[in-house]
Design a protein around this ligand. Structure first.
Ligand code: ARG
Length: 577
């Protein structure tokens, strides 16, 4: 379809007086009208003609010129000129373009587009992975996988929150209330202590000061506090890795905030040397503006007590990462509440006169809301990521058990993949900038616009192919793109499905450009609907061997794109449902 777009563009521009660009083209609201539409309004204005009249003239001139060849039809519909790939050649054309040596459909040559650093997931030490981290993990992971598939060398960095005042507080909490801490404390014990600290601090405000003082000591290398910090960090890391394994998420690097500490003094020295530091109420700050040059609150680099803050370590991380990777793009994936923070960090780097500052961007997402519950670890009313998965899993099992002919062994083997798929897909199906409202019935439904709905169609493809393999003596797949049997795919549902498949790479590019995995999620939902429409009305294993082969090829191509698409989103592939 991208090729068709190019052909349409060339056709329009071959007619005298036209200088159209790619963005002039669009899609007809109804696929029956055509695959690509060229609206004539702008040119009609320039040429002082009625758009309808111009559309008619343009269509017939293109037709007469013969530039389109015999496979593409052109017609005028109101003020639009529509281009359509003829049904009998659709499958052959589309399948031909999908086959490239050694690459999957939609994949670009690996490592052809440079290094892309993605900073995502990044939970905080001494707390369990909360459901709020799910969004960063799901969105960041999807962006990293899609980026890699489209040719970037993506580098996923988990910027663990393993430094900062909270570790001073943790040290104080262990000292004061850690009496009955077990020999080998777990993440839950540490979280309980953190909650306890904040409860007590409400009564005794000096605790906060003690926490801050302990952090200053930690930064100065106090061995006792460092020892506590190391322990808390180890406990947390092994817990994080367990959850990531369950979700099948991988990072190139676990570089937490503490990873960049050696870089911090160099950054401060450089800021001084470049005359960027100013004193403000005892702290050292840099004056900054947003991307449009509007002044925003200054970025504190050194607090009055001499300790560093989150932003200091982030600036250090930028310099370190650029030196290490010379990235062509760096994306921070966090909640939108950190918008100001990343504007400040980026502008500090810009003020340091590094032109690559412009390559850094913030992918900010909305809140995760859990049925009216506002979550706060400090207060102890938090929901962990795994609690959400368990909730979804219970529901999945309930649904599967209630179905006719339920098979316990299938449920056992696949419930986890379906539950994780449901939770991840739901999150990704929402535009990142919007809030996610978690409602387990909606998330897990097998019929709604959900992960399980797509997974179900994927398993249906598998079972059609399995059945055909059992029944046919000579297995016909893979089919060459020039196989004449493909001409038999002319039913409307077949042609719509073929054409939808062909948009896969284009949609992946939009995901990369706009930082929106939701574009891929929507694409896969539409693909599933089109596949189901085809399957509802057409038998695949028919008597006519050519038609049967062609339909099997169509099912196989659909299966492949569903497999790639779901995997890119991080949605597991169950074998049966
Ligand atoms: N740990 C932070 C949080 O939980 C997210 C870190 C994001 N990345 C960064 N480079 N600051 O909010």
């Amino acid at each position: 379809m991208e090729a068709l777009l190019e052909i349409a563009e060339n056709a329009v521009n071959s007619i005298e007086g036209f200088k159209a660009t790619r963005s002039d083209f669009g899609f007809p609201p109804n696929p029956e009208l055509g695959d690509i539409a060229f609206p004539c309004f702008r040119f009609a204005k320039e040429l002082r003609k009625a758009p309808q009249v111009l559309a008619n003239e343009l269509a017939s001139e293109i037709e007469k010129s013969g530039v389109l060849g015999s496979d593409i039809a052109v017609s005028a519909e109101g003020p639009y000129v529509n281009f359509t790939l003829k049904p009998e050649v659709a499958a052959a054309t589309v399948f031909a373009s999908s086959i490239r040596e050694g690459l999957k459909w939609g994949q670009e040559t690996p490592n052809s587009k440079g290094n892309w650093v993605l900073d995502y997931s990044s939970p905080n030490v001494a707390k369990p992975i909360l459901v709020s981290t799910l969004r960063s993990t799901a969105i960041g992971g999807a962006m990293a996988r899609v980026g890699r598939f489209r040719g970037y060398n993506t580098i996923g960095i988990n910027h663990i929150g393993d430094w900062g005042t909270q570790y001073g507080k943790l040290a104080v909490a262990i000292e004061k209330f850690g009496g009955d801490l077990p020999e080998n404390p777990g993440i839950k014990d540490l979280t309980d202590l953190y909650v306890k600290f904040h409860q007590e601090a409400e009564k005794d405000s000096s605790l906060e000061d003690q926490g801050r003082a302990a952090f200053v000591k930690l930064e100065q290398g106090d061995e006792k506090i460092l020892e506590l910090w190391r322990k808390a960090r180890d406990i947390s890391l092994s817990e994080f890795k367990r959850v990531y394994k369950r979700m099948n998420v991988e990072f190139e690097h676990y570089w937490g905030e503490s990873h960049y500490l050696d870089e911090v003094p160099k950054v401060i020295a450089e800021l001084k040397e470049k005359n960027l530091l100013e004193e403000s109420e005892g702290a050292q700050v840099v004056r900054v503006t947003d991307d449009k040059g509007k002044e925003i609150p200054p970025a504190i680099m050194i607090k009055a007590d001499g300790s560093t803050i989150y932003a200091t370590r982030d600036v250090a991380a930028c310099l370190y990462r650029y030196r290490e990777f010379e990235f062509v793009r760096l994306t921070w994936v966090t909640g939108q509440e950190q918008k100001l923070h990343f504007q400040q960090v980026k502008d500090v780097v810009r003020k340091m006169a590094y032109p690559w500052a412009e390559k850094m961007e913030h992918l900010a997402f909305g809140l995760y809301r859990f049925k009216g519950l506002k979550m706060s670890t400090r207060k102890g009313n938090y929901v962990t990521l795994e609690e959400v998965i368990e909730l979804a899993k219970e529901k999945v099992i309930e649904i599967m058990k209630s179905r006719e002919g339920a098979d316990l062994s299938i449920i056992d083997k696949n419930a986890e993949a379906i539950a994780i798929g449901a939770v991840v897909f739901y999150d990704l199906s929402v535009d990142p900038s919007k809030n996610v409202e978690f409602d387990v019935d909606k998330v897990v439904s097998f019929q709604g616009e959900t992960g399980p709905y797509i997974q179900y169609s994927y398993t249906r493809c598998l079972s059609i192919l399995r059945k055909a393999k059992e029944q046919l003596t000579d297995w016909p797949l893979p089919v060459q793109a020039n196989d004449p049997c493909l001409k038999k795919l002319t039913e409307d549902a077949e042609v719509q499905l073929v054409k939808h498949l062909s948009w896969f790479s284009h949609q992946l590019d939009r995901v990369v450009e706009q930082n929106k995995p939701s574009i891929l999620a929507t694409y896969l939902l539409d693909l599933t609907k089109k596949f189901n429409a085809f399957y509802k009305d057409h038998k695949v294993i028919v008597d006519d061997p050519d038609l049967r082969t062609a339909r099997l090829a169509l099912v196989e191509q659909t299966r492949e794109i569903l497999e790639s698409g779901l995997s890119l989103l991080g949605v597991p592939l169950p074998e049966r449902m």
